[in-house]
Design a protein around this ligand. Structure first.
Ligand SMILES: Cc1cc2nc3c(=O)[nH]c(=O)nc-3n(C[C@H](O)[C@H](O)[C@H](O)COP(=O)(O)OP(=O)(O)OC[C@H]3O[C@@H](n4cnc5c(N)ncnc54)[C@H](O)[C@@H]3O)c2cc1C
Length: 592
């Protein structure tokens, strides 16, 4: 062990970004183009990051299809968030949206076009004109492959800007000094199993979500919550982790996502009686009500016996009336997904769908510059020097209790860029690196060593699968106190079991097995944060639907949850209800 510690090589950068998805590469581009020495680490090749799966679009009030306004976008986002989103951050994001989309267009992003050459925009859930009056087309789309187009555009620009990519490198833990400042990360080269210190004047987490803490998920296998795990182990809080979005249309039995863009293009949800049931639940927005609303309505239909299939456990998404030509032009991937995962030809048959875990609204708390903030002890929030978080692993918070579709890709671009600009304004090039503590890498290396030497009898996959099924059972679309309490007990037991995982044959450990074991430490931190925050919130708000507390409670719960791993402790901070320049949107009942 001592030998590993002394032999570990070090490389120095102005900025180290953990994650090469949309948020990481938007920030790295800003920094590299400004002449900073930037390293980006990724567990997978950058263009395979999970952003590649994003289908439907990027929200921005360009007004290409009909009149639109950033203020209407802000209203929809605040209402969509069930009033838990911070209104200063939401105003900032909605105002910046057209700028970041036009920037992308100039970077060469192949958006779909209108006949007049402007960017094509489609309708999406919860997007309205004139403060909820009628649906508006706000989602800027590249067919149903928007994330794919976005990642390739950003990767090519980054290569041109000379960003250093560390491909198939996994960050293990942060390095902090005695002042609590962040000085970089310890990382593992996945192919060789070798470790290195990546020393940085600034570190950015852009590690994406943790959808893999649930059994049925639209998320990629790499979404194991590594950023949250690293933050939690470094003593930092995780914010609003009880809020997880179920996407209404995961393919039943497979979990693969069918974009909301399908309903944007005219697709409708039907029950076993062939009834378009969303007309009853949301008379104005119908199938395009926000996701929490549609998911709960589907769940209700299934519970009341109007589900489809031998077990009456799903409903149908019907797009036959859209016409084969439009489906092929606007939704080619959906056609393919229908064939491959549901064995249906979507031009001729409806697709079986069910609400599926999709997106985490919570994450590492930040301000609108992307700087990580944590409670200072005197009730104030203090910036953690040298650490930023952006994208799905961060909570700024623009999504509050429920994200509007297309606002995540927007969040990546707006806050990736904002973090980059803030770092540039710090004049990093002129500053020298702070001295690394001699024991800076020990925490990460000890974690690795514990794995290598463990004689425990637990298997990584068994513990990981049990975490997933427990979270699925105890923390689903509808929650109850009894279920959540039982879930907390189970997850805590699984945390104990996790400490006893070991490799079967120590002389022959595959590096993929080592990576999965390291990811397990992150899965459990995220699962603990989620279930412990959920059991504490005694109300229903956005994606947190609590059957014992069916109403929203603005008097007691207009506050963000902060969960700390140490002592499994909870703290709270108020929602920012004051926007930057406009009037506050006051909480109202959410009807659509
Ligand atoms: C199927 C699907 C469709 C979606 N469609 C839309 C849409 O149309 N519009 C929209 O707004 N949103 C959409 N979303 C949500 C959106 O795509 C994601 O929230 C967003 O892409 C996340 O981007 P990110 O930059 O935060 O992280 P990701 O793109 O997930 O990238 C994370 C990066 O971190 C790296 N990483 C993680 N851990 C480590 C580690 N320990 N060490 C090194 N690297 C690490 C990974 O390798 C990867 O490069 C969709 C989501 C899904 C699942």
């Amino acid at each position: 062990m001592a030998a590993i510690k002394t032999a570990i090589p070090t490389r120095r950068f102005d900025a180290v970004i953990v994650g090469a998805g949309g948020s990481g590469m938007r920030a790295s581009l800003q920094l590299a183009e400004a002449g900073l020495n930037v390293a980006v680490l990724s567990k997978v090749f950058p263009t395979r990051s999970h952003t590649v799966a994003a289908q439907g679009g990027i929200g921005a009030s360009l007004g290409n299809m009909s009149e639109d306004d950033w203020y209407w976008h802000m209203f929809d986002t605040v209402k969509g968030s069930d009033y838990l989103g911070d209104q200063d951050a939401i105003e900032f994001m909605c105002r910046e949206a057209p700028k970041v989309v036009y920037e992308l267009e100039h970077f060469g992003m192949p958006f779909d076009r209108n006949p007049d050459g402007t960017i094509y925009q489609r309708p999406f859930g919860g997007h309205t004109a004139n403060f909820g009056e009628k649906p508006v087309q706000r989602a800027c789309a590249a067919a149903d492959r928007t994330g794919h187009a976005l990642l390739h555009t950003l990767y090519q620009r980054n290569v041109r800007a000379r960003t250093h990519f560390f491909v198939e490198w996994m960050a293990l833990d942060l390095i902090r000094d005695a002042d609590g400042d962040v000085l970089g990360v310890v990382a593992l080269e996945m192919e060789t199993g070798e470790c290195m210190i990546l020393e940085a004047k600034t570190t950015i987490f852009a590690t994406g979500g943790a959808g893999r803490i649930f059994a049925a998920s639209t998320n990629a296998f790499i979404n194991t919550g590594d950023g949250m795990g690293m933050a939690a182990r470094a003593g930092l809080p995780l914010q609003d982790m009880e809020f997880w979005q179920f996407h209404p249309t995961g393919v039943a039995g497979a979990g693969v996502l069918i974009t909301e863009g399908v309903r944007g293009e005219g697709g409708i949800l039907i029950n076993a009686n062939g009834e378009r049931f969303m007309e009853r639940y949301a008379p104005t927005l119908k199938d395009l009500a926000p996701r929490d609303f549609v998911s709960r309505s589907m769940d209700q239909e299934i519970k009341e016996g109007r589900g489809v299939g031998p077990n009456k456990d799903h409903v149908l998404l019907d797009l036959r009336h859209i016409g084969a030509d439009t489906i092929q032009k606007r939704l080619p991937s959906i056609l393919e997904i229908g064939h491959k995962f549901a064995n249906v030809d979507a031009t001729k048959e409806p697709i079986p769908v069910v609400p599926t875990i999709h997106y985490q609204m919570g994450g590492i708390p930040t301000n609108i510059n992307g700087q990580v903030v944590a409670p200072a002890g005197d009730g104030s929030q203090k910036v953690v020097n040298g650490l930023y978080a952006i994208g799905e692993c961060a909570c700024v918070s623009v999504h509050g209790a429920n994200r509007l579709g297309t606002n995540s890709l927007l969040d990546l671009l707006v806050f990736g860029r904002a973090a980059g600009n803030h770092i540039i304004s710090q004049n990093l090039r002129a500053r020298s690196h702070k001295a690394l503590p001699a024991s800076g890498a020990d925490f990460a290396l000890d974690r690795l060593n514990r794995l290598e030497t463990s004689t425990g009898s637990e298997k990584v996959q068994h513990v990981a699968n049990d975490i997933r099924s427990s979270m699925q059972k105890h923390c689903g679309v509808f929650r109850t106190d009894a279920l959540l309490q039982e879930g907390v007990r189970e997850i805590m037991k699984l945390d104990e079991r996790r400490k006893h995982v070991s490799f079967k044959d120590k002389s022959k450990v595959f590096n993929t097995a080592r990576v999965e074991a390291l990811e397990l430490d992150n899965l459990i931190e995220t699962a603990k944060a989620t279930i412990c925050s959920a059991v504490a919130r005694k109300e229903s708000r956005g994606a947190h639907a609590h059957s014992d507390f069916p109403n929203r409670d603005d008097e007691n719960w207009m506050r963000h949850t902060l969960w700390f791993s140490e002592g499994n402790r909870l703290d709270y901070k108020p929602v920012v209800t004051k926007p930057l320049t406009v009037e506050t949107f006051k909480p109202k009942a959410r009807t659509f």
